[in-house]
Design a protein around this ligand. Structure first.
Ligand code: FAD
Ligand code: SF4
Length: 509
């Protein structure tokens, strides 16, 4: 009398209550599938990391005494789809029940729910026991509000979960938000934290993936990449981040540097999103570091806001707006991705560095994603759906529930402002202020027109002129439109003409 329990590739939490008791009635299955490798073109490191994490969890469960059926990508009986494989397993083991953990992606949620509907045995979806919030909790909070606001959500979360809250229910440090202290530029070479992460030789797994015919892009770096394969390694990364790197994170969280691909970011998103780590333990460790006076309140708050605030809020937007959300395109942008999104070969140093390191490491930090690649794409009028598929494929931490609202909403303003109160765009001035990319770039950060003028400059003004009817009423953009009003016709025309030249042949810049 067997109950089949499915574990998806981003459900790698060995502490889930499912595993508390070892018995012979439950059969756990983890399945490597073309369905999951092929729904978008993925970075090689992402496929390798998820499969190696799945294999490590399966092995651990077996060692603990659980029954496990693992299907590798090249196994002859693997049908390469969820339905095909589950049906075969249910028949083979004469299962009397099917259970699965709540999927985070709409696509898989819909697929598994219709699969269960058609099953002749009972089925049950259980919690993945990961998030602070339920799927629709954020939508419930804002149901009577015209405008969603992350800050309001975040404060409620702080109180509800008693995070950085004092005995009188007030925020520790006397304020909710220390953002203004967290926007410093780093001058010189940032101290590269010593990287203690264990390396693995993934070359035989990579050979299996290739033999199965899976397409991918980016550097596999089978022997050198740093993504953890199990919870122990992820916990180790967390400890080292808290002690060595977090002290710098707060003040410099928006900084960029040609000398450092991670700056002072945690690199924990992969472990969090595949659930090797829980957001509760990451937040608790950061709070403890502050209570032990190892970091400032501004740093602790700035980091905790990302996880307790942004990560949960983004998930709330996703479940509220799917499935229509993926088709949002407020500005009707339709320009295809330039080829250098796949090679990093552009003369713009900031973009070349951000894309290049993404191809090398399957990682770029938030400001690179938002204010370099995302900024450029929005200014240039790139099709948000094509851009979404690129972000979903390239980043080690990219799962649709978190990637889509960040791309469509935060970065491209394609949802007309549900997630961001104004488009996150800038000219060269911001990029230069926050880092050293402009030094040594082919383009001149100060010029607006001419062949050597930084493309961000003309594109920036052209974006606001082009979209005046949609944006000029936004009170946060008053200053931009006042500056445009002051421009003479000739300046406007030459900016628009330079922007037209750039947009007409994006591959050449
Ligand atoms: P840190 O800077 O160290 O932050 C700590 C943690 O906070 C992260 O691990 C992450 O869990 C959380 N966090 C921070 N910002 C966000 C945010 N905006 N939304 C959700 N969680 C956040 N994040 C993903 O996890 N997966 C994605 O596919 C993804 N796609 C993105 C696409 C775009 C266009 C943008 C602008 C952002 C995207 N983000 C995504 C959010 C953010 O950039 C990454 O979470 C972060 O860069 C991961 O690196 P880190 O772990 O070093 O983060
Ligand atoms: Fe980027 Fe322009 Fe600066 Fe070059 S000059 S690094 S393109 S912002």
């Amino acid at each position: 009398l067997t109950t089949l329990r499915l574990l998806l590739g981003d459900q790698l939490n060995p502490e889930h209550s499912w595993f508390k008791h070892v018995d012979s009635e439950h059969l756990y299955t983890l399945i490597e599938m073309r369905q999951e490798t092929d729904y978008v073109l993925h970075h090689a490191q992402k496929i390798i990391s998820i499969f190696s994490g799945m294999r490590a969890l399966a092995q651990r469960l077996e060692v603990e005494g659980h029954r496990v059926h693992y299907l590798r990508i090249g196994d002859p009986e693997n049908t390469q789809t969820i339905e095909g494989n589950l049906k075969a397993l249910i028949a083979k083991h004469r299962c009397i029940k099917f259970e699965y953990q709540q999927p985070d992606e709409w696509r898989l949620d819909a697929q598994l729910s219709s699969f269960c509907h058609a099953l002749s045995i009972p089925s049950e979806m259980v919690s993945s026991e990961h998030f602070f919030t339920e799927r629709l909790e954020t939508a419930e909070l804002f149901k009577t509000q015209k405008q969603w606001l992350m800050e309001r959500f975040y404060r409620q979360m702080r109180v509800k979960h008693r995070v950085l809250i004092d005995a009188s229910k007030k925020p520790e440090g006397g304020q909710w938000n220390f953002d203004h202290e967290n926007r410093k530029r780093w001058s010189g070479t940032p101290p590269e934290p010593v990287d203690h992460t264990r390396r693995h030789d993934h070359s035989s797994l990579w050979a299996e993936i290739q033999a199965a015919g899976v397409s991918s892009f980016g550097e596999p770096q089978c022997n050198t990449f740093r993504w953890p394969v199990n919870r122990e390694e992820a916990l180790d990364d967390l400890e080292r981040f808290i002690s060595d790197v977090l002290p710098y994170f707060g003040e410099f969280q928006d900084a960029m540097s040609t000398q450092s691909w991670r700056m002072f970011h945690s690199l924990l998103s992969f472990a969090l999103n595949v659930k090797m780590l829980s957001p509760q333990e990451v937040v608790a460790k950061a709070e403890t570091a502050w209570r032990q006076q190892r970091i400032s309140i501004a740093t602790a708050e700035g980091f905790i806001r990302q996880i307790l605030g942004w990560r949960e809020y983004i998930r709330g937007v996703y479940w509220f707006r799917m499935p229509d959300y993926q088709d949002s395109n407020h500005f009707a942008h339709d320009t295809p991705l330039p080829t250098w999104f796949w090679t990093g070969k552009t003369k713009m140093q900031c973009v070349s560095k951000a894309v290049g390191q993404s191809l090398d490491h399957a990682y770029a930090h938030h400001i690179q994603r938002l204010m370099i690649t995302g900024n450029f794409a929005l200014l240039a009028g790139i099709d948000p759906s094509a851009l979404h598929r690129w972000y979903l494929g390239i980043y080690i931490d990219a799962f649709e529930w978190v990637e889509l609202p960040n791309t469509i909403g935060m970065s491209q303003f394609a949802d007309a402002g549900l997630l961001a109160t104004k488009p996150y765009v800038s000219s060269a001035a911001y990029i230069d202020r926050m880092g050293d990319y402009c030094k040594g770039c082919y383009y001149d950060k100060k010029l607006r027109v001419g062949e050597r003028a930084c493309p961000f400059n003309a594109l920036y003004w052209d974006f606001f002129i082009r979209n005046a009817s949609a944006l000029s009423g936004n009170h946060r953009l008053g200053m931009v439109y006042r500056q445009i009003e002051k421009m003479d016709t000739e300046s406007k025309t030459s900016l628009q003409s330079r922007a037209f030249t750039i947009r007409n042949d994006l591959d050449q810049i």
